[in-house]
Design a protein around this ligand. Structure first.
Ligand code: FMN
Length: 295
């Protein structure tokens, strides 16, 4: 069976997830390729794949505009299996509507829509998650991945229930898509820190950074994916109006996973309006996991 995972990542979390899914599928008699898109990616043919997976980070209850535009250009062959593996920092059900347009397109093409899975990975904006919390989320992602593969291989499809309130919320928050172009005017580089490694410019997925007279210029094609500031080795990029929400420096997932001193038991000691959002979703994963895998 041939599978493809088409994904967009700003700061690497979706790539991490896509590689995890690939490894798990390959262990389950699939041959899987991952395909990362940027603003220059041309539509590819999906004809030779039995299973097509779409994966993206959620931006303000929506799919990133770059991913939305790309999937709109694709031709979805009928009678193929399709599923969505989206991910974000928190588990709000309001995030569900980020995929509505994609699901509609799959259904319209007479594709076999299997469902969507919402993985949790740390925030790359707003505030940094501590390693103990990241590990707890990664442990649940591992279970959700087992559930995904179990349901896929046992022909279990997830029902799609549209919620019009969520859809309205996503529509309102689409306004954030204007945020990138607008905020790009306020991006600044601290040249006392910058070492002109060009990492920001070379890695920008929308080619929104130019070097003119040895100064970086940020263009209005910015989608606020945070890749430039997040991966700047000198933390030299100021992200305009969102500076207070800036998170710098990649999460080292492999180190977090193998480090036995990181327990992954963060939530038991952290109760607040924000952290109380998590247990419901994590308990649902636990419940399903026990149902499928209890021995
Ligand atoms: C512009 C922007 C908006 C975001 N909005 C949300 C959001 O509404 N809800 C959420 O849980 N996470 C939100 N996030 C966090 C990302 O979804 C999360 O950190 C994700 O793992 C990043 O994936 P990536 O590394 O593949 O880009 C947002 C991130 C960015 C950059």
């Amino acid at each position: 069976m041939e599978a493809i995972i088409i994904y967009f990542t700003g700061t690497g979390n979706t790539r991490f997830l896509a590689n995890k899914i690939k490894a798990k599928l390959d262990d389950n008699s699939y041959h899987t390729i991952t395909y990362s898109i940027d603003s220059e990616s041309k539509p590819i043919s999906l004809d030779k794949y039995d299973l097509i997976i779409f994966s993206y980070p959620i931006y303000a209850f929506n799919m990133p505009i770059i991913f939305d535009k790309y999937v709109k250009k694709l031709k979805f062959p009928a009678n193929k299996k399709y599923l969505i593996a989206k991910q974000s920092g928190e588990p709000l059900a309001l995030n569900n509507s980020s995929s509505y347009s994609l699901i509609k397109k799959i259904q319209k093409s007479k594709g076999d829509y299997l469902g969507e899975y919402h993985f949790l990975l740390p925030y790359n904006i707003h505030f940094r998650y501590v390693d103990n919390f990241v590990k707890e989320l990664l442990n649940y992602d591992e279970k959700l991945l087992d559930i995904l593969v179990y349901e896929l291989t046992h022909g279990i499809k997830l029902k799609f229930r549209k919620n019009y309130l969520y859809a309205l919320n996503s529509f309102i928050f689409k306004i954030q898509r204007l945020g990138g172009p607008l905020n790009s005017y306020f991006y600044k580089v601290d040249y006392n820190k910058c070492i002109h490694c060009n990492k920001c410019m070379n890695n920008c997925p929308t080619k929104s950074i130019d070097l003119i007279n040895n100064k970086y210029k940020f263009k209005s094609t910015c989608i606020m994916c945070m890749r430039c500031s997040f991966s700047c080795p000198k933390d030299a990029i100021k992200i305009g109006m969102l500076q207070k929400w800036k998170v710098n420096g990649e999460y080292n997932f492999q180190e977090i996973i193998i480090n036995p001193y990181i327990k992954g038991d963060f939530l038991k000691d952290h109760k607040s309006v924000f952290y109380n959002l998590f247990p419901k979703k994590l308990n649902e994963i636990d419940k399903k996991y026990r149902k499928y895998f209890k021995k």
